[in-house]
Design a protein around this ligand. Structure first.
Ligand SMILES: C=CC1=C(C)c2cc3[nH]c(cc4nc(cc5[nH]c(cc1n2)c(C)c5CCC(=O)O)C(CCC(=O)O)=C4C)c(C)c3C=C
Ligand SMILES: [Fe+2]
Length: 387
């Protein structure tokens, strides 16, 4: 086997407060996050949303020390994976490709080329597949491969999702058990899985397997936990005016409190590193909601980060994928699946050209109105609450 590389894909996060605005711009300029019927509006809209969201987002990042820990943790995971592969007799170079901040995926590919990697395993650090996360990174890679024919010499294979891996499931169950055992009565702890949400339209209109994979993942972890605790799955971090997967985490916490639940063990389920949504949203915002609703104990299960059982299982997964038939980007990303904005109008009228034109007009009117509001400093559009 030639020289082996592993490309770890991740979202990326602002490292300091000045990075927040350009990071948000990159995120909202991604058509897998917001796809507009008129592509030329993508960047102006991303500019508007990132500008109006930046202040609130900066406040959140300042509550966790002024930046995201994602790069540092991903680098630690890369080092641990490299050591685990080496110990298992499979030396490999590990590369990190972030989607919206440094080190960008493009930089990782340039290094992979420079190092003359011959066999590449593309491994997203998202356990479950979503169009908006792994899908977006695969689509970018597919584009880079199209633009640069010299990449054809790299034999690559893609791992679309891996939430059912035994090492991952076991490590999650262990971490949950550790938190339950800190409760006065472990059997009364309610295991509360909180997944990052996605708009409902991703699942219903675009066939995103994300919800199905999250639900299956929760079942597997509860089986591995092997305890009779009650559990709930809810979705957090909604953005914008459209409907996202439900129940929403804040509503589900309040409902459980009303039902008399006292002890919550919250499990972040869609991501393997600490990040803004564990450290700020769960640990601060949802904790406050829970306490106000009367929950007495609120414990959060730590993210896996460099959990040895998890890392060794990742190393095994890499080795297995090198021995398996290759999976190409085109096997995973469906070229004609498009995520679009304004799902309400679309579901009312179906995918007709009329709806497309109407959506285009709506987007344009919304854009002009937002410009007026932004320039004048006031206006009726607190539609911007979305942003
Ligand atoms: C599986 C995980 C994730 C899914 C699915 C996901 C979808 C998704 N996210 C947004 C909008 C934002 N996400 C933001 C941060 C963020 N998102 C994820 C993971 C998933 N996103 C992570 C790990 C992070 C944090 C990175 C960090 O800095 O620590 C943000 C920025 C933060 C904020 O302003 O709230 C936004 C915005 C959408 C719209 C979406 C699906 C369409
Ligand atoms: Fe997100």
């Amino acid at each position: 086997m030639g020289r082996v590389g592993v490309l770890l894909l991740n979202l990326g996060g602002p490292e300091q407060l000045e990075d927040v605005r350009p990071f948000l711009f990159n995120l909202f300029a991604d058509p897998e996050i917001i796809r507009l019927p008129v592509p030329w509006l993508q960047k102006p809209l991303a500019w508007l949303i990132s500008n109006s969201r930046a202040k609130q987002s900066q406040q959140n990042y300042s509550q966790i020390g002024g930046g995201s820990p994602l790069r540092r943790i991903t680098e630690q995971q890369a080092t641990a994976l490299q050591q685990s592969l080496e110990a298992a007799g499979q030396p490999a170079d590990i590369y990190i490709g972030m989607r919206y901040w440094y080190p960008f995926t493009e930089e990782a590919i340039a290094r992979i080329k420079r190092d003359r990697i011959e066999e590449l395993v593309v491994l997203p650090l998202y356990p479950q597949y979503s169009i908006s996360t792994s899908g977006s990174s695969f689509r970018l890679l597919q584009k880079l491969w199209k633009e640069d024919p010299s990449l054809e010499s790299i034999r690559y294979t893609v791992i679309p999702s891996w939430y059912a891996r035994p090492g991952y499931v076991k490590a999650m169950a262990e971490l949950i058990a550790q938190e339950l055992d800190q409760l006065p009565d472990p059997s009364k702890g309610h295991v509360f899985f909180s997944a990052h949400g996605v708009p409902v339209s991703y699942v219903e209109e675009n066939g995103d397997p994300y919800q199905r994979e999250i639900e299956h993942c929760v079942d597997l972890i509860m089986q591995a936990l092997g305890r009779s605790n009650q559990h709930t799955l809810a979705y957090q971090s909604r953005v914008g005016p459209v409907e996202w997967l439900q129940p929403y985490t804040e509503d589900a916490i309040e409902e459980l409190a009303e039902q008399g639940v006292n002890d919550l063990v919250v499990v972040p389920i869609s991501f393997v590193s600490e990040h803004i949504e564990t450290l700020q949203e769960i640990d601060m915002e949802y904790r406050e909601i829970a306490e106000e609703a009367g929950i007495e104990t609120f414990r959060r299960v730590p993210a896996l980060n460099t959990h040895p059982g998890f890392i060794d299982d990742m190393a095994k997964m890499v080795m297995e994928s090198l021995e398996s038939p290759r999976r190409l980007f085109s096997d995973v990303v469906e070229p004609d699946k498009q995520v679009k904005i304004y799902p309400q109008e679309r579901s009312a009228w179906g995918l007709t050209p009329v709806a497309e034109v109407w959506n285009g007009r709506l987007a344009m009117v919304g854009f002009l109105a937002l410009m007026v509001e932004l320039i004048s400093g006031h206006g009726p559009l607190h539609l911007v609450g979305l942003l």
